[in-house]
Design a protein around this ligand. Structure first.
Ligand SMILES: NC(=O)c1ccc[n+]([C@@H]2O[C@H](COP(=O)([O-])OP(=O)(O)OC[C@H]3O[C@@H](n4cnc5c(N)ncnc54)[C@H](O)[C@@H]3O)[C@@H](O)[C@H]2O)c1
Length: 438
């Protein structure tokens, strides 16, 4: 019997799906495809993650261990550190990190490494999707030449597309199923195969004319957030300067406009692996075209200044309670970069701790999702949040407003609070210093 075409194998779910990188993006993706009826093999260089997954233990909040365990038990998901399994796959989805170097340039070494490993085992009839966020032209000018090194041709022997990931960790309303997916293939057939694949797990798939459009789409989405957050961060500081102004009330009022306005909120800075990082990917690429993305860089600069600004607020709070910084005990609430997740990558809370370490006598932190963190190379463990801890701290900083926190209770027992998230709503007295309220 003749071998089924790749399209048939995808449609009949006989195609074997390989997911490269089993982190915040890769593991949920592996689970969705396995739940959709495919056999999935996950490849990750981290042996501990691989062991955990094979034992049915999830390291990602959005993936329940119970669900993972049953998929592993039924043979729908297996994980490995060995790239040789690429040989058995019909589809590969690359979900490796795309961080910045210390000097804030794109670090695509993980993409290069994964692509080179695939290229060594490239076989015909393989569909490869790059999911990692990156600068426009990565798929066609970086990944494709490596894959074609040994003579196989895209669109004929194998297929390549870019499909950005839109997962929003912790979001219960928008899941992979009801969040539209954008795909852009190198050739028309590459796009068609990628569309067909995603139609299995996703209600809406949007084909675009090229990978570079799909790459730029992802950057536009994240830079849009970065720029708007910078705008409200600037306005928050202006409201404080003007006095008798509350940015939170202003945003609430502006949000009543039924069209043409979308609320964004100020905060202690931005973090995570997307909004903090992606603007730099585009700015770096733009320079190759003698183009300076001044607007985008100003937004990044404004947001990155916020942790420094919040340090000033902590010092102001300490002067309210008349405790010299060198004798002060500061309690930081929330170490994750946003509410109800455990992700601490580029977290402004940690940046603030780095900045005040050495300036204050003691820092403690609590985060129900984050057991321990590193600050300037020193380990800190999350402490229990108790009434006596609040009372004994000279300043409490609400850096991340996890929904399990009771802000009123915090406000009642703390000596002074720096509230960067407008968490404390009803106590309006001098012991709450609120970002954006003058
Ligand atoms: N986290 C998000 O919310 C999110 C959302 C949309 C897009 N993205 C993008 O998706 C990509 C992945 O992000 P993430 O948050 O899942 O990262 P992550 O760090 O959580 O996971 C990446 C995984 O890749 C593994 N890895 C690294 N190099 C590898 C290699 N050469 N081969 C195999 N495995 C390798 C790591 O061990 C890790 O488990 C990034 O480009 C990111 O910008 C992330």
């Amino acid at each position: 019997m003749a071998k089924k075409s790749l399209l048939d194998r995808i449609q009949s779910k006989e195609a074997k799906i390989g997911i490269i990188g089993l982190g915040y993006v890769g593991l949920p993706l592996a689970v969705e495809f396995a739940k959709g009826g495919f056999s999935v093999i996950g490849i990750d260089l981290d042996e501990e993650k691989v062991r955990g997954i094979n034992a049915g233990r999830s390291h990602i909040e959005d993936v329940e261990s119970k669900v993972l365990k049953s998929l592993v038990k039924n043979g729908k998901i297996t994980a490995t550190t060995n790239y040789d399994d690429v040989t058995n796959c019909d589809v590969l989805q690359i979900c490796v990190p795309t961080p910045l170097t210390p000097t804030k340039e794109p670090d695509i070494s993980f993409i290069l490494n994964a692509t080179e490993e695939i290229a060594k085992r490239l076989h015909s009839d393989l569909l490869i999707l790059l999911k990692s966020t990156t600068f426009p032209e990565t798929t066609e000018k970086v990944v494709l030449p490596i894959l074609e090194q040994k003579g196989l041709k895209v669109g004929k022997d194998f297929y390549l597309a870019f499909s950005p990931e839109r997962i929003d960790p912790g979001n219960k309303k928008f899941t992979m199923k009801n969040t539209p997916v954008v795909v852009g293939g190198v050739t028309k057939q590459c796009t068609e195969l990628a569309v067909c694949l995603y139609q299995v797990i996703c209600d809406t798939v949007i084909p675009v004319s090229s990978p570079r459009i799909a790459e730029m789409t992802k950057l536009l989405e994240n830079i849009f957030r970065c720029v708007n957050i910078a705008l409200v961060n600037e306005l928050a500081r202006l409201c404080e300067r003007m006095g008798n102004m509350d940015i939170w009330e202003v945003i609430e009022a502006a949000s009543t406009k039924p069209y043409g306005f979308m609320p964004f909120y100020p905060g202690p800075g931005i973090g995570g692996h997307c909004i903090m990082v992606d603007p730099y990917y585009l700015s770096w690429k733009a320079r190759e075209y003698d183009f300076h993305t001044n607007f985008i860089e100003l937004a990044a600069e404004t947001n990155e200044d916020m942790p420094y600004y919040v340090v000033g607020k902590v010092m102001e709070a300490l002067s309210h309670v008349k405790v010299p910084p060198s004798e002060a005990k500061v309690l930081v609430l929330g170490a994750a970069f946003k509410r109800d997740v455990s992700d601490t990558r580029n977290s402004p809370a940690i940046k603030i701790m780095e900045l005040i370490e050495g300036k204050v006598s003691q820092i403690t932190y609590n985060d129900p999702y984050v057991k321990s963190i590193q600050v300037n190379g020193h380990s800190y463990n999350s402490v229990d949040l108790t009434e006596s801890l609040l009372k004994n701290s000279d300043c409490v900083l609400i850096a991340t407003d996890h929904s399990s926190y009771d802000p009123q209770w915090i406000g009642r027992h703390a000596k002074v609070v720096v509230d960067t998230r407008n968490a404390i709503k009803q106590i309006d007295n001098e012991k709450v210093i609120k970002l954006g309220k003058g």
